[in-house]
Design a protein around this ligand. Structure first.
Ligand code: DOR
Length: 433
């Protein structure tokens, strides 16, 4: 048993000061003021802290199978737990790719002992090659609810339309639960060869750019295809002002679209690339200050539903390559909360909605994550100290990689304890296993 004492409990139903008791079966047993500590219970002090449903990351690259030198499911999940996440959606661009029942089963098996729930997504197309659909019904039968070719977008309009039509018909394989196609929006005929945002800075630096339109055209296409098919589309890592506006309009029209923004796309701009440091190389690229402001407005007004990390570990030897050759991507799981609390001018409940209950709903795991802190719910809980100041360092993170773009930055807000399925996986900022 665990008792979390004197915290400010915030969930989708509101805000109150209460103690929370978690039973040995991993469920929330009691929530109320001044509860007596049950005999033998571990007592956690949450004075000055917020007790919230655990966070859900819709976008994490865990590199297993295939690049265990950069990250494993175990190490990625440990970082996630330290960041307050109780569930993370694993991206399918592994080697081999997550496009078959065998690989999905492997990820599920490895995730079973991890420090948070590892929710596999699966590729839309075989090998993420954009040519033939993956066995979506079989994969949905294994529990997959998000399909994506992330790392690349589905280029072929007709194939994407087929995939969307097919996703609507998957209800028998899922027992009626909806399936969502998530898109990495990038038209490669426009982006090919580009290593950063195409604009003033790319011209100055002489680094080939990816134009904003490479993203926006695919956002526009998939909104049209969602309208035509009635299928759910989730837009991954939205990075430009026009993308945000397109999604705002699509939502106003009532289309079943959702969107995420990463922490780096609301905190960093393309000016960072002036260092020529590949730690700032990411796809989609860091954009302009105006785009950053537009993404922030999208997060504030509900156009963007979720904060995602796009946690993308890369080994030091890979990231030490010259800017044009280095792989894109940056770490995100352990810094997300601090960046959101420090950089977004939103109230805490709004930030928690973006980190917890909204993404839980999109991932289709809201039966066990992101729900209200109330008796009977699974105990997936983050206890965070919103006033704790700390300095971000890649080397101190649980990840096998250290490609963190916020080296030396001081932020306010850190996870203190994390409870996953009733297990105390993080106590006082320390991972317990
Ligand atoms: O920056 C990125 N890194 N963007 C992607 O689309 C893929 C990801 C990765 O896997 O490293």
């Amino acid at each position: 048993m665990i008792i979390i004492k004197n915290g400010r409990v915030i969930d989708a139903t509101g805000d109150r000061t209460a103690d929370v008791i978690v039973d040995d079966a991993g469920a929330i047993a009691e929530v109320g003021a001044d509860l007596a500590t049950p005999a033998g219970a571990t007592e956690l002090d949450a004075a000055g802290c917020i007790v919230a449903p655990g966070f859900v990351d819709l976008h994490a690259h865990l590199r297993q199978p295939g690049r265990e030198d950069a990250e494993t499911i175990e190490t990625g999940a440990r970082g996630a737990a330290l960041g307050g996440f109780t569930a993370i959606v694993a991206m399918p661009n592994t080697a081999p790719c997550m496009d078959s029942a065998a690989v999905i089963r492997e990820v599920l098996d490895l995730g079973a002992t991890a420090m948070c729930e590892v929710v596999p997504s699966a590729a839309i197309t075989v090998g993420r090659d954009g040519e033939a659909l993956s066995p979506m019904a079989e994969l949905a039968g294994l529990g997959v609810r998000i399909f994506t070719d992330d790392g690349t977008g589905v280029q072929d309009d007709r194939l994407m339309k087929r995939a969307l039509e097919y996703s609507v018909g998957l209800a028998p394989a899922t027992g009626g639960a909806p399936v969502t196609l998530a898109q990495h929006c990038e038209v490669t005929s426009l982006s090919a060869g580009g290593c950063m945002h195409e604009g003033e800075w790319s011209s100055k630096l002489g680094i080939p750019g990816q134009p904003a339109e490479a993203e926006e055209l695919m956002v526009q296409r998939d909104i049209a295809l969602s309208r035509a098919t009635g299928a759910r589309v989730h837009f991954q890592h939205m990075s430009t002002g026009r993308s945000v506006q397109l999604i705002r309009d699509a939502k106003a029209e009532g289309l079943p679209v959702t969107a995420e923004a990463t922490t780096h796309h609301f905190t960093l701009t393309d000016a960072e690339c002036a260092s020529y440091d590949p730690v700032f190389k990411v796809h989609p690229p860091l954009r302009t200050e105006a785009d950053v402001q537009a993404v922030k407005r999208g997060l504030a007004d509900g156009t963007i539903d979720a904060i995602a990390t796009d946690h993308a570990p890369h080994t030091q030897s890979d990231k030490e390559l010259p800017f044009d050759q280095a792989p894109p991507g940056m770490l995100g799981l352990e810094s997300a909360l601090g960046l959101a609390l420090t950089e977004l001018d939103l109230d805490i409940a709004q930030i928690l909605a973006l980190l917890s209950w909204n993404p839980a709903r999109i991932a289709g795991i809201d039966d066990r994550h992101g729900g209200p802190i109330e008796p009977g719910r699974r105990a997936n809980i983050a206890v965070l100290d919103p006033d704790h100041e700390w300095t971000i360092t890649g080397e101190a993170m649980a990840s096998r990689s250290a490609n963190c773009p916020y080296e030396g930055k001081t932020v306010k807000g850190k996870v203190r304890h994390t409870v996953y399925e009733g297990e105390l996986v993080v106590i006082d900022q320390e991972a317990q296993r």
